[in-house]
Design a protein around this ligand. Structure first.
Ligand SMILES: Nc1nc2c(ncn2[C@@H]2O[C@H](COP(=O)(O)OP(=O)(O)OP(=O)(O)O)[C@@H](O)[C@H]2O)c(=O)[nH]1
Ligand SMILES: [Mg+2]
Length: 295
């Protein structure tokens, strides 16, 4: 049995989290069409007959903007790259100069195998040939492999696993064979609420919220799990928008989140959401520690 840790990295929105979910076959990590959805590192573990792959989902590496919060996200991604045996760099199937900053970062990590996965090839439909994109990455001489794939259709995933297996350095398993993630259920449900905020709210709102599970009562697990989540916003003006007129927005978020939680937990869920203002929480080191974002 071979095993190893693979850091899934790349610019925001390239499909890192979608790929991780596809690889594991479960919705473990949240996904949205907005950039910078992922704010944490999460391990997704795939155990096959002769290999165990530990994939780490990471926040997108933002190369244009900077802020103290973006630095926190970057630190999380760099720590995952540091802990990994293999780096899997996800890119989109177009030629861009926005990958240079990440490529500079990758040049510094000489000793680790690197694979670039050209994702979203389902978007190409022969209009724009893929060859120049492959050539562009080959010319960097940075990567051991270049793999075109689609995290949505699953095309190329078999090739990815076959190639990755060659680079797994350990003998034996890192997790028991039925483990699929390193996160607790209560951490996963907090993320589900955050995903709904990304899907249903606009502009700066999804970037201003932190979700904390205050109580996860599974004493009657067979029948129902009761979950109480506080959504922290940065300004009081955001609280009203989030609740919506007559509580309509919060209700929409709650219903959609509850349905996903029931799928994940395989039982009925009672969900209560509260909204609280925590001024400038993104700059509050203590609070970031409390919610597990600054270790
Ligand atoms: N057409 C197509 N869309 C994809 C594919 N993979 C991901 N997407 C879409 O791309 C968007 C971003 O996907 P995510 O998985 O959230 O991207 P991410 O890289 O994790 O983004 P951050 O967490 O923000 O860094 C979503 O709308 C996905 O549905 C793919 O293979 N094909
Ligand atoms: Mg993501």
């Amino acid at each position: 049995m071979k095993s190893g840790v693979i850091a899934v990295i790349g610019r925001p929105n390239v499909g890192k989290s979608t790929l991780l979910n596809k690889l594991i076959g479960e919705k473990l990590t949240i996904v949205s069409p907005k950039p910078q959805t992922t704010w944490q590192r999460l391990h997704g573990i795939l155990t096959t007959e002769d290999a165990q792959f530990v994939f780490i989902d990471t926040p997108g590496l933002e190369t244009e903007r900077s802020s103290p919060f973006i630095s926190v996200l970057k630190k999380i991604t760099l720590s995952a790259m540091n802990d990994a045996d293999v780096i899997l760099h996800i890119v989109e199937p177009f030629i861009t100069d926005k990958e240079h900053t990440i490529e500079e970062e990758l040049k510094k990590i000489r000793e680790k195998p690197k694979i670039v996965l050209i994702n979203k090839i389902d978007l190409k439909k022969d209009k724009n040939p893929l060859l120049p994109v492959i050539e562009r990455y080959a010319n960097t001489a940075l990567y051991n492999d270049i793999i075109p794939a689609s995290a949505i259709t699953g095309e190329g995933i078999d090739v990815l696993l076959r190639e990755l297996k060659k680079y797994l350095p350990n003998e034996g398993m890192l997790y028991s064979e039925d483990t699929i993630t390193d996160k607790y259920e209560r951490e996963l449900v907090a993320e589900i609420v955050r995903e709904k905020l990304f899907l249903f709210t606009r502009e700066e709102i999804p970037y201003s919220v932190a979700c904390v599970v205050d109580k996860f009562d599974e004493t009657q697990r067979e029948k129902i799990i009761r979950i109480y989540v506080t959504i922290y916003v940065e300004k009081s003006s955001q609280k009203g928008i989030l609740i919506g007129s007559g509580g309509s927005m919060l209700k929409k978020i709650g219903t959609s989140a509850r349905l996903d939680m029931e799928k994940l937990l395989d039982t009925k869920v009672y969900l209560e959401l509260y909204v609280k203002v925590k001024e400038n929480w993104k700059k509050d080191k203590h609070f970031l520690k409390e919610i597990g974002m600054d270790k």
